[in-house]
Design a protein around this ligand. Sequence first.
Ligand code: MG
Length: 456
Amino acid sequence: MGKLFGTDGVRGIVNQTMTPELAMRVAQAACTWLGGGKVLVGRDVRYGGDALAAAVMAGLSSCGCEPYYAGLVPTPALQYSVPRLGYDMGIMVTASHNPPQYNGVKVVGANGVEVPKEEEKVIEEIFFSERFKRVPYSEVPEHKTEPRVLDTYVEGVLAEIEIDLVKKNGFRVVVDGANSVGSLATPKVLRKMGVKVLCVNCNLDPSFPGREPEPTPETLRGTAEMARSVGADLLVAHDADADRAIIGDERGTVHWGDRSGSLLTAYVSEKYPHLPKRTFTGVSSSHIVVEGFLRPKGIEVVWTPVGSVIIAHELIKKGGISGFEENGGYMHPVHHPVRDGAMKAALFVEMMAKYGKKASELFDELPKAYSVKGKVPRPPTADMEKVYEIIKSKFESCEFVTVDGLKVVCGDFWFLVRPSGTEPVVRIMVEARDPKKAEELFGELKRLLEGFFSTF
Ligand code: MG
C-alpha cells in the first residue's frame, strides 16, 4: 500500500502533487473512517486554499459528513474549536511553514488533536482502496459556515492568562504574522492583554512577500532588527498556519524554540503546580539547555522522535506540563495538547510580567551552549545502523538516545546524527559548552560520515 500522510498531514505542490481531486479523496476517506458527523474545515492564506477547501467540503458531503466552513483561521484555532463547538472532526488546508507553492490537508480528530498514526493508516487504506461510503442522493448535506472559531479561540487563550497582571506593564510587542492567519489572532489576544502591538507582515498575501513562511533566526533577521530599533520588549513570529511561535528578545536576538520552550516549561510548572513535572521534546532539542535548565528544577524531560504529532500523543498519554520543539512549536495542555502560537506568545508575555524581567534576562538564565548544524548527502543504499555502530564505538563512555537517529550525550557536549525524512541527506547537529569543541566535533563527524558514505 502507498503512503499518503507525511509527518504532519498530506502535502504537495498546488495543482501538481496537491490537486483538488486529491484533497477531495482524502476528505472522502476521512469521512468514511469517521462514519459521518459534523466536520469543521478551515484554511490558511496559501495559494489554492479556497479551491482545496471547496474540494474537501465536496468530498465530505458526498460521504454524508456535514461540512462547516470556518474560512481563514490559524490551525490551533481550528483544533481548539473542534471539541468546544461540538464537531466530530476537523480538516485544515495548510502546508504550515513550506514555500508558497505548497499546500496540504491535515485531519484532526474529535478531541482537536491530529489523528494518531494508527488511524492515519486506516484512512490511507480507505483512500487507496477507494472504499468510500457514498450516501444516497437525498442525503448529501449542504455546506454551512461556522463564524465562531476565531472568537472562541481568542477567548480560550485569554482564559489562561492573568490579564490584570500583564496590563500594568504596558509592554510593546512586535508580531510577525508571516502574511498569513497568525495575523488574525495573536495581535487580538495581546491587545486584549493591554499590550501595544506593532504588527508586521500582517497583510494576508499567499506570495509571502514579507519573509519566508518558516520562522528561524535567519528568516527573522529583518523583523528582529526592526523590533529592536522601535524599542519593542518582545518579538513573536509565526509560521503560515500559526501553530509555531519563535520568540525574539528586546536586544534583537531571535531564539530557537527549545530555548523559549524550556523557559515556558519552568514557568508553567510554577503556575500550575498540580501538573505532573514532566515535559516532552524532540531529540533535535538541545540537551545542554533543556536538561541543564529543567532537571535542577525537578522536571523530567522525555525525549521523543522528531514531530509534533508524536509529542502531542505522548503528552496526552503520560501527562505533563508541556511539549515543545526546536522549531517553535509549544503545547500548553491546560489549554489544549497541540502546538499553539498565540497561546505561546500570551504565556511568554505573562511570564515577563510575573518575573518582572526583560526577555533577554530570561534567556540569559539558560545554560550557555554553542551549536553547529549541517548535512551530508546520503546514498540511498547506505546502512545507517552501521554508521551508528561506528559512532557508538568511538564514543563508548557516552549516553545514547536512539528514539530517532542517534543522539550521543556526553558531559559538556552532545550531537545528533539523523537521516532527514524529506531529503536524501543525513543531518548533523552538534552542541558544546566550548565553541571550539563544537566546531571540531562537527568536522570529525562530517568526515566520518562522508568517508563511510563514499564506500557505497
Ligand atoms: Mg505550522
